[in-house]
Design a protein around this ligand. Structure first.
Ligand SMILES: Nc1ncnc2c1ncn2[C@@H]1O[C@H](COP(=O)(O)OP(=O)(O)OP(=O)(O)O)[C@@H](O)[C@H]1O
Ligand SMILES: [Mg+2]
Length: 258
């Protein structure tokens, strides 16, 4: 039985290797269920709620794995099969493939009831821009007073293909908006604390062609009306995937008009 959840995001894998891993697990499941009254193999693919990963599960109703063996089944040449029946390499190959994809594998098993192997594979963020795409590269202003967060956001946007202009102060953010061909502004609302009029004025001049993502802190005031144009407002702490989703929305929808 196969169950594939809706909305599973694409992952970048070596298809042949993943197929090999799946085959090794299915063969093991089949062998484990030989003596079982109920023989049911279930393969599921699901998206983790935080959207950072896809989880593939191979579940059987076989004899299970004794607790003492669970840590050993991934060791090369570990086998409980008779001479000539198994080399004990199947799961060590699976383990290597999962590790090479930046993933993680674990076992849930109950003796006499069955075993589930789960593989978690990270979702690679799609590049928002690629050099040979024929489109112009998005230029993102990142205005944040805290250097750690600023660097984090700038590195993430850069990794997804944006050119990035990181600035620490309101004055530099306003200058950059006026002088650079910025297409996206990622702005911590507190950068403009006490100077919201300056931001309103600067923003009014570019809002037709710049998309805005607002970053909010926990102690930030809710009523920041000058940021109503934001495509998305991310409240700290936010996940990297929330930033990516906001970025995709900003670049797809473009700036708000009206
Ligand atoms: N689904 C499963 N249910 C119960 N035991 C399992 C299951 N999968 C693996 N095992 C146990 O883990 C051991 C190692 O599995 P692995 O696939 O690495 O080697 P093998 O199946 O013994 O030999 P090979 O895959 O090289 O033919 C198996 O011998 C078996 O004891
Ligand atoms: Mg095997």
């Amino acid at each position: 039985m196969c169950e594939y959840a809706d909305g599973v995001p694409p992952i970048y894998v070596d298809g042949g290797q993943l197929q090999q891993a799946l085959l090794n697990m299915v063969l093991n499941a089949e062998q484990a269920m030989k003596q079982s009254d109920v023989r049911r193999l279930t393969i599921t693919v699901a998206r983790e709620p935080d959207c950072g990963a896809v989880v593939l599960r191979v579940q059987d109703t076989g004899h299970g794995i004794e607790a003492g063996n669970r840590a050993r089944v991934f060791d090369p040449f570990f086998t409980t099969r008779g001479v000539g029946e198994g080399t004990g390499l199947g799961l060590s190959i699976v383990y290597g493939i999962v590790r090479d994809h930046g993933g993680h594998i674990w076992i849930d098993s109950e003796v006499g009831r069955g075993t589930t192997f789960s593989i978690r594979l990270p979702v690679r963020a799609p590049d928002v821009w690629e050099p040979d795409s024929g489109r112009s590269q998005p230029l993102a202003l990142v205005a944040h007073g805290d250097s750690v967060t600023r660097d984090f956001v700038a590195a993430a946007l850069g990794g997804w293909g944006c050119a990035v202009r990181p600035v620490p102060t309101a004055r530099e953010a306003i200058e950059s908006l006026a002088e650079d061909a910025v297409t996206l502004a990622v702005v911590d609302r507190t950068v403009f604390d006490g100077d919201s009029q300056a931001w309103s004025d600067a923003w009014a001049r570019v809002r037709d062609h710049v998309a805005l993502i607002a970053l909010a802190r926990v102690d930030d005031e809710e009523d920041s009306r000058v940021f109503v144009d934001a495509v998305a407002t991310l409240a700290a702490p936010y996940e990297l995937c929330a930033l990516r989703d906001a970025l995709m929305a900003a670049l797809k929808g473009g700036p708000r008009t009206g």
